[in-house]
Every structure is written in structure tokens, then in C-alpha cells.
Design a protein around this ligand. Structure first.
Ligand code: BJW
Length: 226
């Protein structure tokens, strides 16, 4: 059985990483959604770099949770028939042990040089304006897909969705495209694991004129069979 799992910020919430649209919202008085844009970066690069530097540093203080580990066990069972597509820019899937993870919105631990177009593994801060290890210019930005930019590897994702027997969406609000449309593109059955029905699931249910997703509020226990 071919399975595509889409994950969003909700899967990392139990590890202690904030989601984007849930309650506590503001970062230094800014809406994270306003900071995570090319316009914000053009206006105030230092502010945006600091936002991502803090989130990169926070990774060392958190651990994968039971949901990340459950997906590793699913991969052990399904092998190459499982693809995890994540909107998250953290590395918790990889640290849990998942091998087949595709980050459509980039990764915190990668820096992109806008001068030479090379990408470099990056663990430290970018706000001080370090030189690119490739070309030596101070042109490194977070390797993150902001609004209006094209998500990574969409061909691979589209193909996997066309071929899948089951599409599982975990912990995403379903308001950001193209990920919000994956439930429509998926050929197979669909399952949503979330604390509440997402916008994507509601749209999908309407388009199929009936309940098309099953919600599992206590989803970690369900997945683990506790
Ligand atoms: C739990 C839980 C627990 C909590 N257990 N669950 C008008 C109409 C349609 C589209 C557009 C439009 N205007 C513009 C667009 C396009 C735009 C877009 O979608 N805008 C919308 C706002 C309308 N999209 C883009 O620009 C994208 N690019 C694009 O479309 O290019 C064109 C193209 C596409 C395809 C092929 C070719 C060309 C780029 C989008 C980039 C998004 N970037 C961000 C920030 C960068 C990453 C970062 O800083 O981390 O990515 S935005 C932000 O939202 C982040 C996230 O990955 C993304 C999704 O958020 P997510 O993960 O869903 O988090 P939340 O907080 O929203 O939800 C958390 C969920 O967890 C909730 O449901 C909770 O209930 C749940 N939860 N605890 C389970 N314990």
C-alpha cells in the first residue's frame, strides 16, 4: 500500500515548538506570518534573520515525540511505499529516524546564498551576516520557502499523491497552498489527524458532499495503539 503523509506544525507541537496560527501567536510583538515573507526580509533582514536564528537554536532544546517515532515505525513496515511530505522546517522527522522525508518549505538548518545560489548545511546564526562558504559574499538567507516562492520538489510530491492509496494529513491547518490542495490531488483514501477539522479537510468534505475525513483527537494514542 502506497501512503503519503503530510505533516504540519501540529506534529511538532508536542515537542514544544510553536505552531503558526494557534493561540500564543506573537513573536517579539510580530505575527510570525508577517515575518515569514520576502517583503519582511526586504524591509528588515536583521529582524527576519533573528526570527529564524532563534528557531534554529531552539531545535537543540527539543526532541522528536511519539508521533515522529510512529512514522518511523510506519516506514519500517512500508519501506519505499511511504513518503513523508512535511511543511515543517525543523529536523524532528529525521532525528526520529525517518529516511524518506521531503521538506516542501525548506529547512532551518540550511542556508541559501542569493549571490551564488548554493545551499549550505547551517547550524549557527545568520543575523551576523556570515560569508558564504562557496563564494565568500555575505548573502546568506534562511533556506525557507516564503509566501510567493515556489515550494520545493512539487513534481515528486504530485507524482506520489497521484500514486498513493492513502493520504494522511497530520497537524496542519490546511490554509496554506499548495499543501492545502494535496487532499484533492491524492488518488486514495484520506485521513486527517488533528485536534480540530482543518480548513483543508472541511473544503474536501464539502467537495465530496459528505464527511470525507476521520478526525482522531487523541491521535498519538490511536496511532500507537495504546
Ligand atoms: C495539532 C496539535 C497536536 C496543534 N496534534 N494537531 C489565495 C488563494 C490560494 C492561494 C494563495 C492565495 N494567495 C496566495 C496564495 C498562495 C500562498 C498561500 O497559500 N497563501 C494563503 C495564506 C492563502 N502560498 C504560497 O505562496 C506558497 N507558494 C506557492 O503557492 O507557489 C506557487 C506554486 C505552487 C506549487 C507549484 C508551483 C508554484 C508558499 C507557501 C510558503 C509557506 N511558508 C510558511 C513559512 C515558512 C516556513 C517557516 O517559517 O516555518 O510555512 S507559512 C507557514 O504556514 C509555514 C507552515 O509550513 C505553513 C502551514 O502551517 P501549518 O503547518 O498548517 O501550521 P498552523 O499553525 O497553521 O496549524 C497547526 C495545526 O496543528 C492546527 O490545525 C492545529 O489544530 C494542529 N495542532 N497541536 C495534532 N498536538
Amino acid at each position: 500500500m502506497k501512503v503519503v503523509v503530510l505533516t504540519g506544525a501540529g506534529i511538532s507541537a508536542e515537542s514544544g515548538l510553536s505552531t503558526f496560527r494557534d493561540a500564543d501567536g506573537l513573536w517579539e510583538g510580530h505575527d510570525p506570518m508577517q515575518v515569514a515573507t520576502p517583503e519582511a526580509y526586504a524591509d528588515d533582514p536583521a529582524l527576519v534573520q533573528r526570527f529564524y536564528d532563534e528557531r534554529r537554536a531552539a531545535l537543540s532544546r527539543v526532541q522528536p515525540n511519539a508521533a515522529h517515532h510512529a512514522l518511523v515505525r510506519l516506514e519500517e513496515a512500508l519501506g519505499e511505499d511511504l513518503l513523508v511530505v512535511t511543511q515543517n522546517v525543523d529536523d524532528l522527522h529525521e532525528r526520529a529516524g525517518s529516511q524518506r522525508v521531503h521538506h516542501i518549505h525548506g529547512r532551518l538548518q540550511s542556508a541559501w546564498c542569493t549571490a551564488c545560489d548554493e545551499r549550505h548545511a547551517w547550524d549557527g546564526p545568520l543575523a551576523p551576516g556570515p560569508s558564504c562558504p562557496g563564494c565568500g559574499t555575505a548573502s546568506l538567507r534562511p533556506d525557507i520557502v516564503w509566501f510567493g516562492e515556489i515550494p520545493y520538489g512539487m513534481d515528486l510530491v504530485e507524482e506520489a499523491l497521484w500514486e498513493c492509496d492513502l493520504f494522511v494529513s497530520i497537524g496542519t491547518s490546511g490554509v496554506v497552498y499548495p499543501a492545502a490542495a494535496f487532499v484533492h490531488w491524492a488518488r486514495g483514501d484520506t485521513l486527517e489527524l488533528n485536534l480540530e477539522p482543518s480548513a483543508g479537510a472541511s473544503d474536501f468534505a464539502r467537495s465530496r458532499q459528505g464527511p470525507a475525513t476521520r478526525l482522531v483527537p487523541d491521535w498519538v494514542g490511536e496511532v500507537l495503539g495504546d
